[in-house]
Design a protein around this ligand. Structure first.
Ligand SMILES: [Fe+2]
Ligand SMILES: [Fe+2]
Length: 167
């Protein structure tokens, strides 16, 4: 692919990805404010943005098999928890940005776990095996991630067991 087209598709992928995420978040907000039909519109269009992002990523050659996907995920999570978030946290501390420090800490703690989980999954898929069947629980406050059973209390943010969302 020619360089400028590649750069354009990369920018388009980033933009569509952000729109997808924002629309999902806005849908939850609209729901809470009592506008379920606006929430529906946000969720539907967020899916259209996912379709666009998928097409751009495919054209960029960014979609491989599951081992390749897990390797990409491991690299991303590792970058976030060893370089990006520690550096961001240092700046937030320096600037006494309390809210940013909390959102960065929540993400940093979860990304470490995500990297480990993806690493274990990669070992299984590398020998043609799926990971063992178990529910995955996510803390809706901080994103803490647990396979199997939700803890009584989130060890990162203190949220109660019932709050965890099951996948
Ligand atoms: Fe993560
Ligand atoms: Fe939590």
């Amino acid at each position: 692919m020619r360089k400028m087209t590649q750069a354009n598709l990369e920018a388009a992928f980033a933009g569509e990805s952000q729109a997808h995420m924002k629309y999902l978040i806005f849908a939850d907000q609209a729901e809470q404010e009592g506008y379920p039909e606006v929430a529906r519109l946000f969720r539907a269009i967020s899916f259209a943005e996912q379709v666009h992002a998928t097409n751009h990523l495919r054209e960029l050659g960014g979609i491989g098999d599951t081992v390749a996907s897990l390797e990409t995920a491991i690299r991303g999570e590792n970058h976030e928890n060893t370089e990006m978030y520690p550096a961001f946290n240092a700046v937030a501390e320096l600037q006494e940005e309390k809210g940013a420090m909390r959102s960065i800490r929540y993400a940093l703690e979860a990304e470490k776990i995500h990297e480990a989980m993806y690493g274990e999954a990669k070992q299984m898929v590398a020998v043609d095996s799926d990971i063992k069947s178990a529910p995955v629980f996510i803390c809706p406050i901080c994103g803490h991630t647990v396979i199997g059973e939700a803890p009584d209390k989130c060890p990162i943010c203190g949220a109660k067991k019932e709050k965890f969302r099951q996948f």
